[in-house]
Design a protein. Structure first.
Ligand SMILES: [Ca+2]
Length: 404
């Protein structure tokens, strides 16, 4: 009996630890694991949820958005398939309006049949909250096809200012042949701000330049800081960080620089390599051992106290995962905790790390057709807390809803 009591005691202590009442961790981090929450998907690329909403919306690249609630619902929320998917094209991004519960508006980013990049707004069906109204489609922005099928960006997200942001890559090929990243006469290679509360289509405002392919970026739901994972070319993958309080126009350097390396010099008046006019990444990694492309990324704001405020990102080719701590500047590899789910399923390739309505993070595996959820694990004791986490999240969501 004493043994059982002591196991129960450890369980209770660890449970409270991961929900934030104690701190855990020999390595400075609460322990976590991954759980496969969906499989058999057709190249998922992203997940999102309206804030406080318990449903998870899974974006499939061919043009479907599916709802996970218990299981994956048979009827898609939205279906604009089949989109052509050469290179890096397809349905890539989804953002819910901050006031989605009232307005019913959401926004998608995709490349259409002719290759143009499109942001469109839809409205949820008046009759069924699990289905969008396809007739509500309104175009927010169209950026014409560059003739290349890569470096389209891929994320749309609302900033703390209420504007919708779209990150566009340099429009493709390699070496940025049109120097789009530095050019002030194109939207490619830029971070764009869109006012979607006025007349549509919106007029984009360029908020940053010098991006190669900000395929995944996010705003920290707690601080409003912007985190960009900008995909490199030959050598370096980088993370860029802009504080919410910083309204400066940033030039993130491409193609003058790739990460902290000099790349292709532009004639003056363009800044030189290492000029203070160029904003360097806060962290970067190289292409050793098969690494190929950075996949952002979000700040963890979920239930595991020890992970709070860490930026999670991964690599497309190796399915490695790291956390970057903005408080210390330290990067820690977390692959061992996350690459193999408790069910035994293994991540094949990471195409997004993104959050749900409560700030929990998910790893989206495109080629593996699966989605992993990052879960707390009980103090390394070999059992995990999955059975008790849903009620805890439900209670937490209830507290959040009461506060709003
Ligand atoms: Ca850069």
């Amino acid at each position: 009996m004493a043994g059982l009591r002591s196991i129960a005691h450890v369980f209770v202590v660890c449970t409270f630890a991961v929900v934030g009442l104690l701190s855990v961790a020999a390595n400075g981090h609460a322990e976590m694991s991954a759980i496969q929450i969906a499989s058999g998907l057709s190249f998922p690329v992203y997940v999102a949820s309206p804030r406080g909403d318990p449903r998870l919306f899974i974006v499939e690249r061919a043009g479907k958005i599916k709802i996970l609630e218990g299981g994956v619902k048979p009827t898609p929320f939205l279906d604009i398939s089949p989109l052509p998917m050469p290179g890096e094209r397809g349905l890539l991004g989804l953002a819910f309006a901050p006031n989605y519960a009232v307005s019913g508006f959401f926004y998608i980013y995709y490349t259409n049949a002719t290759g143009d990049s499109v942001v469109a707004r839809y409205h949820v069906s008046a009759a069924n909250p699990d289905v969008a109204d396809p007739a509500s489609r309104t175009v927010v922005l169209t950026v014409p096809y560059t003739g290349y099928d890569n470096h389209k960006g891929g994320t749309v997200a609302f900033g703390p200012d209420g504007f919708l942001y779209l990150g566009l890559g340099d429009g493709g090929s390699e070496d940025d042949p049109f120097d789009n990243g530095q050019s002030d006469s194109t939207l490619w290679g830029k971070m764009l701000r869109l006012n979607v509360s006025g007349a549509l289509p919106a007029t984009p405002v360029v908020r940053a330049k010098g991006l190669r392919n900000p395929y995944r970026f996010s705003f920290d739901r707690e601080t409003g800081d912007l985190w960009i994972a900008d995909v490199g070319q030959d050598t370096l993958e980088e993370v860029d960080h802009q504080l919410a309080s910083d309204s400066t126009f940033h030039n993130y350097g491409w193609r003058i620089m790739e990460g902290t390396n000099c790349f292709i010099a532009d004639p003056p008046p363009a800044p030189a390599c290492n000029s203070p006019a160029l904003t360097l990444p806060v962290t970067e990694y190289d292409h050793s051992a098969g690494k190929c492309a950075i996949i952002g990324g979000a700040l963890y704001r979920g239930i595991i106290a020890g992970e709070n405020g860490l930026y999670f990102y991964g690599d497309l080719c190796t399915a490695q995962v790291w956390t970057y701590d903005p408080a210390t500047g330290q990067t820690v590899e977390r692959t061992a905790e996350l690459k193999t789910a408790l069910s035994g399923a293994t991540l094949q390739g990471i195409v997004a790390i993104a959050e749900d309505g409560a700030g929990e993070l998910y790893i989206v595996d495109g080629s593996g057709g699966q989605v992993f959820r990052i879960y707390p694990q009980a103090c390394g004791l070999g059992f995990e807390l999955a059975p008790i986490v849903p009620p805890l999240l439900w209670l937490r969501g209830r507290r959040m809803r009461k506060r709003e």
